[in-house]
Design a protein around this ligand. Structure first.
Ligand code: FES
Length: 86
C-alpha cells in the first residue's frame, strides 16, 4: 500500500547525508575550512551525489543557513547545471 500524500508531505526532513555519513550541521564549516563549494564536497565525499535522497533537504538547509546569516557564508550555493538537475 502506497503512503498517502499527507504522510509523504509530513515526512521529517533529513538532517544528514547517510551515504557520506555527514551531518548537515558540519557541512558549512567544512566548506569554509577547506574552501570548497558544495559541488566540490560532493565530488570528494559523495555527499549529496550518491543516492541524492538528501540533496533537496541539504540544499534547503544551506539556503536557510545563508538566509539566517547576516553575512553570506564563505561557501557557494552555486551549482553546475548537471548538479542542479538532481
Ligand atoms: S543520503 Fe546523501 S547522497 Fe545518499
Amino acid at each position: 500500500m502506497a503512503a498517502s500524500p499527507e504522510v509523504l508531505s509530513s515526512a521529517p526532513a533529513m538532517t544528514r547525508c547517510e551515504c557520506a555519513e555527514m551531518r548537515f550541521e558540519e557541512i558549512p564549516e567544512k566548506l569554509a575550512r577547506e574552501h570548497l563549494t558544495l559541488e566540490d564536497l560532493g565530488k570528494r565525499t559523495g555527499c549529496g551525489q550518491t543516492c541524492t535522497a538528501c540533496l533537496p533537504d541539504l540544499k534547503a538547509f544551506l539556503a536557510s543557513r545563508r538566509q539566517n546569516s547576516r553575512k553570506a557564508p564563505p561557501f557557494g550555493l552555486e551549482f553546475s547545471p548537471e548538479f542542479r538537475r538532481r
